[in-house]
Design a protein around this ligand. Structure first.
Ligand code: SAH
Length: 243
């Protein structure tokens, strides 16, 4: 009678919390997202029912349907896991799912996950803060929801690292606005695709070059002087591709 909203981390099961692994091993039903890695799905109890609710363009699972499904499964089963990429409360719509469950009187526990916002840069050797170089980090979406978008001109600050999730599609506009806000076109940029998976790829460039990069989802974009640093020592996890 509990629905657990569980963060699956950025990819590889190596970055899962112990709580997440424990819940996966005993859940009766698991609903999972498109971004959840096979290594994480492998930890699910063999007899559990698996439901793929990954939202694809034109797909059938809208957020409202997922909420309804969580409510009806929550009523019927002792333990339901809703597995979400990264952390459930970082652009994961976890808050909305909790709300839907609470409205129907169903217990909901949220289990934190390692967000790609911080772990993708780290796995590429990029420290999002660094003494004397970056005093903080802003995590922001590059996605436009119903026409409303973040105004990146207001986020142009060379002392604060910017991590952009869901920014691949509008990267040209984002780069343009950051420069209009005052960021130097030479500002270092690192793009980390599929962090923590065997397909991880790191592209290092500058803000002026961001628009022309060949990159694909899922990717995190880091903008700021720290993006030029590389403190990764595990070559196999972070194959740096210099453009
Ligand atoms: N809740 C998730 C974010 C969901 S939004 C989290 O905390 O990580 C989805 C976006 O996250 C993707 O478009 C991409 O920008 C980023 N992302 C997710 N997994 C990633 C990965 N393995 N490597 C790089 N970026 C990733």
């Amino acid at each position: 009678m509990t629905v657990y909203l569980v963060g699956a981390g950025p990819g590889s099961a190596d970055h899962l919390t112990l709580r997440a692994a424990h819940l996966l091993s005993k859940a009766e039903v698991v609903l999972y997202d498109r971004l959840v890695d096979p290594s994480v799905l492998a930890l699910i109890h063999k007899e559990a029912e698996l439901i793929d609710v990954g939202k694809r363009p034109g797909g059938s699972h809208t957020q409202a349907l997922i909420n309804d499904l969580l409510v009806s499964l929550g009523r019927r089963h002792e333990s339901v896991v809703r597995l979400k990429g990264g952390d459930p409360f970082v652009f994961g719509r976890g808050g909305e799912e909790c709300e839907a469950l609470q409205e129907q009187g169903i217990d909901c526990e949220v289990v934190p996950g390692v967000s790609s916002a911080l772990s993708a840069p780290l796995l590429a050797g990029v420290p999002v803060t660094h003494r004397g170089i970056s005093h903080g980090v802003t995590v922001v979406t590059g996605h436009a929801m119903a026409g409303a978008r973040v105004d990146f001109r207001k986020l142009a600050n060379p002392e604060i690292t910017l991590v952009i999730l869901m920014g691949v599609e509008h990267r040209g506009l984002i780069a343009e606005e950051l420069q209009a806000g005052g960021l130097d076109p030479q500002t270092p940029v690192a793009v980390i695709e599929r962090a923590s998976t065997t397909a991880q790829r790191v592209i290092r460039a500058t803000l002026g070059d961001l628009d022309g990069l060949e990159i694909s989802n899922p990717a995190s974009i880091v903008v700021g002087p720290v993006a030029a640093l590389n403190y990764s020592q595990i070559a196999s996890l972070a194959p740096a591709v210099n453009s």
